[in-house]
Design a protein around this ligand. Structure first.
Ligand SMILES: [Zn+2]
Length: 112
């Protein structure tokens, strides 16, 4: 929870799994690949920030606040909550640039 940036309760409503591993997956518990996505649809706040040459950190913050951008890290948490991957894999592969929002909020933004 601490590594995710959560203090407790933020992951309620998710079903998390971790594969035990077998000979087919070379004891990893994983099979195949999945993609994580982050899509920015710039609104006037983002466009203004770009024109003002704001830093990427500021652009990200504005995008999250004003356009409902779901970050790669949050998309990974969402996929882990559906059993598509694990929290360990999210922490291993994805940058945690800003603290993630609670799972319920991520689900709302992604439409369930
Ligand atoms: Zn296996």
């Amino acid at each position: 929870m601490k590594l995710l940036g959560y203090t407790g309760g933020e992951l309620s409503g998710g079903t998390f799994y971790k594969g035990e591993g077998c000979s087919s997956c070379r004891q990893t518990g994983y099979t195949g690949r999945t993609a994580v996505h982050e899509m920015l649809l710039p609104d006037e706040h983002v466009r203004d920030a770009v024109l003002k040459n704001e830093t990427t950190h500021v652009l990200r913050k504005i995008s999250i606040e004003s356009t409902g951008l779901v970050t790669l890290f949050e998309n990974g948490i969402y996929k882990a909550s559906k059993g598509i991957t694990t929290i360990e894999e999210v922490l291993r592969c994805l940058p945690r640039l800003v603290p993630p929002r609670p799972l319920a909020e991520i689900k709302r933004l992604l439409g369930g």
